[in-house]
Design a protein around this ligand. Structure first.
Ligand code: ADP
Ligand code: MG
Length: 269
């Protein structure tokens, strides 16, 4: 396994797209695992009450499991509830149980509600020496996603190349602008990853071309192909990186992770 370069500063990346089923969770768990297997210290914050990222990373998240809810609502430190993933000793996961779904409403009346996660992450960075933090977000732009946007320095947007995806992106860009202006000046849309790509269909190629035209710097050169192995890995508590490391899907995610690591290491040189 190839050692990946350490970023010049810890990178806090929110994987966001308000549309469901575009590959947010799949992208989060596979990039996180690839970077961890490359020797970097990685934390995944499962910020979706469905807990799909926890599942794929081999972390139990039955109701009552402590994790993201306690950090957001009770001010508990991330380090208290982050668990090591069986996939790599450098990979930790703050799990989400279904209980997290009530946080979306409970946060509405809380003071400082948008900054809860940012404070927790800053503390965790001090305590842990983490290189990469990834937030896996639910398919909405509510207070859970907002907390992740405020806590992060970068946004990674997975775009499903089977859909006319640019329309949804307009709404996301508007939200990013609002967060930037009010709550987090540092936030940049750093990375776009094309997912579920099928080069045999015109639609996949057209969407990919269109995205590359508008976001040439941000869009990673590699596309993630549609692959059964990627889709079946979570049912074994696995990512494709750990389940079928030589499959086309795993190779594509590995390439994406290497490119992300390379860009992060060069940023301030
Ligand atoms: P989101 O988190 O945006 O809702 P997921 O990552 O859960 O999206 O992906 C939605 C579904 O598509 C899941 O069943 C997942 O296993 C499957 N999937 C994701 N990426 C791929 C891919 N490249 N090839 C095949 N299936 C995929
Ligand atoms: Mg998801």
């Amino acid at each position: 396994i190839k050692q990946l370069p350490r970023p010049t500063e810890p990178r806090i990346i929110v994987v966001a797209n308000q549309k469901g089923g575009v590959g947010k969770t799949t992208t989060t768990v596979n990039l996180a695992t690839a970077l961890a297997l490359g020797g970097l210290n990685v934390l995944v914050v499962d910020n979706d009450p469905q807990g799909n990222a926890s599942t794929a990373l081999g972390i139990e998240h039955s109701p009552g499991t402590k994790g993201t809810y306690e950090v957001l609502m009770d001010g508990v430190g991330i380090i208290e509830h982050a668990q090591p993933s069986p996939h790599s000793p450098n990979l930790h996961v703050l799990p989400a149980a279904i209980d997290l779904s009530s946080a979306e409403l409970e946060l509405v009346n809380e003071r400082g509600r948008e900054h809860r996660m940012r404070d927790a992450i800053n503390q965790y960075i001090e305590e842990s020496g983490v290189d990469y933090v990834f937030f896996d977000c639910p398919p909405s732009l509510g207070l859970l996603t907002l907390n992740a946007l405020v806590a992060s320095t970068e946004i990674l947007v997975p775009i499903q190349t089977e859909y006319y995806a640019l329309e949804g992106l307009t709404q996301l860009l508007r939200t990013i602008d609002r967060v930037k202006g009010n709550l987090n000046d540092d936030l940049v849309l750093s990375t776009i990853l094309l997912t579920m790509y099928d080069g045999r269909t015109n639609l996949s190629r057209e969407v990919a071309d269109e995205v590359r035209k508008h976001f040439s710097a941000q869009t990673l050169p590699v596309e993630i192909p549609r692959s059964v192995k990627i889709a079946e890995a979570p049912s074994f508590g696995e990512t494709v990186m750990t389940y079928q490391a030589r499959s086309v899907g795993a190779v594509a995610y590995q390439e994406a992770a290497e490119e992300i690591a390379r860009r992060g290491a060069q940023e301030e040189s």
